[in-house]
Design a protein. Sequence first.
Length: 268
Amino acid sequence: MIIKQFKKLAFAGALGAVAVAFSTGVAADTKTIKIGVTPGPHAEIMEQVKEIAADRGLEIQILEFSDYVQPNAALEAGDLDANSYQHEPYLQQQVQDRGYRLVSAAPTVIYPLGLYSNQLEDIDQIEDRASIAIPNDPSNGGRALMLLEETGLLELKDGVGAEATLLDVVENPKNLRIVELDAAQLPRSLDDVALAAINTNFAMEAGLVPVDDALVLESSDSPYANLIVVREEDKDADWVKTLVESYHTPEIKEFILDNFEGSLIPVW
């Protein structure tokens, strides 16, 4: 009698669990993940991906971070399941410097780096000994120096590429003063410097329109594609596949092209 009663209670409990799942609109096998993003376009795009992923059994919780360091630290620590905000050179630098076991799951978009100014209307107007602000993280700092070299404002050692630092500047004919600042703070520096190299996400967050406001903008063939990043042990997980497939849809591509008007470039 006790055994039969127990079976009845267990069966009723199972039915109750199913009823709760259906009443809340969530499938019993739904997977929930946390994704770290930076404010602005990354967050806006991920909100669209979230809707598509939900229809595929993947619930996404989006957490916004105001800098480039914490999303990788949180992912490594297990506080996030993925992040979407960084390009390949930055990821590799973080892996090398901090020993993170993080890998790219898929590319997303290119955010062209731009040179902005509140003081100049043309790059040729820059005066001797003017100050230029660039990101203080190694990969974006090197990227900014490469863009400054393309404009003819300075010259770097041969072959240094994206790993360039201020020590690699071999020609600086205008004796420009290069100031390194946190990437998120660069838009606020525009009243204090002649020129600032600003990442597109932070430029747009500050109300700047890259294709209109940048004096110089990276070309669309930039190698700095942004990524969805996960821990090594998760790279082959089913939820990662679902996340990537939800991002790499015609709907997301159309959203990017329609809403960012060329300031972001899909790379799938």
